[in-house]
Write a protein that binds this ligand. Structure first.
Ligand code: GSH
Length: 206
């Protein structure tokens, strides 16, 4: 069975949600950062890692989401088929990988961004991350103004991709999502879905 290796509340939540939306059989395996089980499938020690029936492995959230969307056209989660629709999907996937996701690294792992081991230095790095994440959520918020989902034509894997990052913003930014009402609305729309609640419940379970 296709298998997703995930860490609760990490970016692996995105393909976890997409797999549930698709509705085809899959197995979700909870792993820990640094565990032998994760390193055996992904030497980078990162999630998400996805394994196909024939043991083919795919890493990188954007690539996994694109693959799942294309593999299951019946689920209608890839965005539109026109050249520009595909470019828009690529644009937002790149934004989420390189701009929004990356803005949280200084918050999660400040020690990777300074050789100064003091709490003050690490806090300064985290504070810079808060500012950068707020800037990127602002970009998404402006785009979402007047839209229900990120891509034209309804819910897509790109919304699933944004979901964990929006949750991090709500939890970690000093002001939460209060300055980003359209982002909050997207969050609430996705979170209201019973399939998403099922995934959140599974990830939260021991
Ligand atoms: N560019 C990768 C990043 C994956 C990644 O770093 N995921 C985090 C969880 S959100 C992780 O596994 N971190 C472990 C680490 O950095 O050691 C992707 O988009 O899949």
């Amino acid at each position: 069975m296709p298998t997703l290796y995930y860490v609760p509340d990490a970016c692996s939540l995105a393909p976890h949600v997409a797999l549930e939306w698709i509705g085809a059989p899959y197995e979700a395996v909870k792993v820990q950062f640094g565990s032998k089980e994760l390193l055996a499938v992904n030497p980078a020690g990162a999630v998400p890692t996805f394994r196909e029936d024939d043991r083919w492995l795919l890493t990188q959230a954007g690539a996994i989401l694109d693959y799942l969307g294309q593999k299951h056209p019946e689920a209608g989660l890839s965005g539109g088929e026109t050249l520009r629709a595909k470019a828009e999907a690529h644009r937002w996937s790149a934004f989420l990988t390189s701009d929004l996701h990356a803005s949280f690294w200084p918050i999660f792992v400040p020690y990777r961004y300074t050789t100064d081991k003091s709490d003050a230095a690490r806090q300064a790095v985290a504070d810079a991350g808060h500012k950068l994440a707020a800037k990127q959520l602002g970009v998404l918020n402006r785009h979402l103004d007047g839209r229900d989902y990120i891509l034209e034509g309804g819910r897509s894997v790109i919304d699933a991709y944004a979901f964990p990052m929006i949750r991090w913003g709500a939890k970690l930014l000093p002001g939460g999502l209060q300055d980003f009402p359209a982002v909050q609305a997207l969050h609430d729309r996705i979170a209201a879905d019973p399939a998403v609640q099922k995934v959140l419940g599974r990830e939260a379970a021991a």
